[in-house]
Write a protein that binds this ligand. Sequence first.
Ligand SMILES: C[S@@+](CC[C@H](N)C(=O)[O-])C[C@H]1O[C@@H](n2cnc3c(N)ncnc32)[C@H](O)[C@@H]1O
Length: 260
Amino acid sequence: MGVREVKRVRGGDGSSAEQFFRSFWPAVGPAVTGLYARTPVETRFLIRVLGLRRGDRVLDVPCGFGRHSLELARRGIRALGVDLNPRFIAEACGRARLEGVPAEFRVGDMRRLRLRAGFDAAINLFSSLGYYGEAMDQAFLRALCRALRPGGRVLLQVVNRDFIIHHLAPRMRYQAGPVRVREVRSFDLATSVVTTRWEASRGQRRWTGTLGLRVYAYHELVRMLEQTGLRVTGAWADFDRRPAVLGSRWFVLRGERARR
Ligand SMILES: C[S@@+](CC[C@H](N)C(=O)[O-])C[C@H]1O[C@@H](n2cnc3c(N)ncnc32)[C@H](O)[C@@H]1O
């Protein structure tokens, strides 16, 4: 097996996730992930597989700095983005106002989502599941399902546990634009939590953060979606037409709420 470092660690239970997302990620995340470049292609794919039309309403949680919600809104789809981070939400609101597009943004906690607004679709993208443990993931998916109209759809993009265990690099160093990054990772066989310790620097500035991510195998994701009342109606390897397979890095899964 490709797991080179096996260690019991805390993580994936929310112990450090909130702190990571409040302090480390806003400073470093956007620079290291290069997320903007992929967004138009991803959004075209979402629109196609979710069957979205102008005027439809989409819930995007967590939305980060609103890249998908904004792109959807540029195409006439009304989006509501929710994220924990006030800085990302302020940035997203500013862009929506500047461009005059129908996107709204709110600071909110995905662990306490209480929307029952009949959305046509809901999205959870770029492995934004698994930060707060399995029970919380299940509760979050239930809340997403409740926010949909009957027949509404969910799209989930998450890393594939079975890819991770074969490709886990215990240590990585790289340069992302002006940011130097060091990541040290470990995988807990008992819980399927990948814990990453990050160190980043830009000139004299330094940041550190630790995040535990519960990674899921395909069958676990399907079971979780079905237990929350969503029927899985599509599974892809990424934001393209390739079907999900054992070695896919990502899974993009579509679930549908029953029509009545
Ligand atoms: C990897 S980013 C992905 C964001 C977005 N889906 C994208 O693709 O750009 C994860 C996001 O989750 C947000 N987040 C973490 N914990 C959260 C919580 N408890 N409630 C709401 N958002 C949260 C972070 O602030 C961050 O923006």
